[in-house]
Design a protein. Structure first.
Length: 418
């Protein structure tokens, strides 16, 4: 059963095998060798074509290389010019921003100077008026209130109020404009008015006899108050004068070219236009050369693909040829083995026939003598002797009874005439 199954499997495999292996091995080998030779010829021709295509491609590359290099350099010059223009634009923008910032700072400083002068002048004017009206100021409700409290409380109240005035003045002055003038005036009064209030309290205390005068006099001379008023008036004039005669805010001027470069991100440039024109011309000159390189490369790729197919066909044909060669070797070995088996069978048959013939011949010979003497003969005599036959024989060996009397001397050898 196993042998039958294997036989059926072999038949099925042969039935499903490719045509190249199912056909006659010699014809398949011849066909494979023919295909291999044709593929080898095609491959050889295609290799020549490929070498020619490579040579043309290299020539096209060499021809296009200088123009392409020059085009690349022109593109680099365009990029460098654009970068330079971009840097110039950024520098112009930075310059404009810096000058505008300087202008703002200068204008701010100018406004602060004017506001400070006016505010300080107003504070000085108020103190000058207080000095001129010192008697009225000393009798004011604020001074009277300070006189009713302890000196330490008065000092603390004046210093605290002055500190608050300084803070409020600084806060108002940060708003700018007219508020800055008011803030500077409040800040200046916060520094000087507490001193005037404490001096007024002391003067009132001296007048009432509660304190000793500092200069040995109960009243400050009118000339002294006038001098003090004059000093504050001078401070008033100095503040207003500094405000009135404050110079204009100075800063660097922005040239029209710088502003144009700053406002236009893509300014026209003859260098850029020239570089772009040169790059365009070189690109136009390089385009057909690069197209030729591309065509040569495409041709080479096509030839290499065909060469690869030819080499594949050659490889397949060689593989088929090797397969058919192996099959022929198997068939030849099988035929040799079958011939050897047939020859061995024929040799056995011949040997058997000879043995059978020998056995048959032995059955028809006289068993008393070697050789083959007719067992049915009436008499045998020695050849060359004097006997009368009717049959004659040469030297024979007597292996049994000497029926015909051929061994006269009894040595076992008949017809031994010597």
């Amino acid at each position: 059963m196993v042998a039958v199954a294997l036989g059926l499997a072999a038949c099925l495999l042969l039935a499903l095998s490719p045509n190249a292996l199912a056909q006659d091995p010699k014809a398949g080998l011849a066909d494979a060798e023919t295909r291999a030779a044709a593929a080898e010829t095609d491959a050889t021709e295609l290799e020549s074509v490929a070498r020619l295509a490579k040579a043309k491609l290299e020539a096209a590359k060499e021809q296009a290389a200088p123009v392409r290099l020059e085009a690349e350099r022109a593109a680099d010059r365009v990029a460098a010019t654009e970068a330079s223009l971009r840097r110039t634009h950024l520098q112009a923008v930075a310059t404009v921003r810096r000058i505008e910032e300087e202008r703002r700072d200068a204008a701010k400083d100018h406004d602060e100077e004017v506001a400070s002068g006016i505010g300080f002048g107003i504070a000085a004017l108020i103190l000058a008026l207080i000095a001129l009206a010192w008697g009225w100021f000393r009798a004011s409700a604020a001074v009277a209130f300070l006189a009713r409290i302890q000196l330490g409380q008065a000092i603390g109240l004046c210093v605290g109020g002055g500190f608050v005035a300084v803070i409020v003045g600084a806060a108002i002055g940060s708003a700018g404009g007219l508020a800055e003038v008011v803030g500077v005036a409040i800040l200046s009064l916060g520094l000087m008015l507490p001193v005037a209030l404490l001096l007024g309290r002391h003067s009132a205390e001296v007048q009432r006899g509660r304190a000793r005068p500092v200069l040995g006099r109960k009243r400050i001379p009118v000339r002294a108050t006038q001098v003090i008023a004059a000093l504050f008036a001078l401070l008033f004039l100095f503040g207003f004068g500094s405000a009135l005669f404050a110079g204009e805010a100075e800063s660097n001027e922005i040239t029209s070219k710088t502003r144009e470069l700053a406002e236009d991100e893509d300014p026209p440039s003859q260098a850029l236009v020239k570089a772009e024109d040169a790059a365009t011309k070189l690109e136009g000159s390089a385009a057909p050369l690069l197209a030729a390189v591309y065509r040569r490369k495409t041709d080479l790729d096509a030839v290499e693909r065909q060469l690869g197919k030819a080499e594949s066909r050659f490889s397949n044909a060689e593989r088929d040829a090797r397969g058919f060669t192996r099959r022929l070797l198997v068939i030849e070995r099988r035929e040799i083995r079958e011939r050897e088996e047939e020859e061995r069978a024929a040799a056995k048959l011949i040997a058997r026939e000879e043995r059978e013939a020998s056995e048959e011949a032995a059955e028809e010979c006289n068993p008393n003598y070697s050789g083959c003497l007719d067992p049915y003969a009436s008499d045998y005599d020695c050849e060359g002797g004097s006997g009368d036959g009717p049959l004659y024989t040469g030297t024979v060996e007597v292996i049994g009874y000497d029926e015909y009397g051929l061994d006269d001397d009894g040595d076992g050898i008949g017809c031994d005439l010597g």
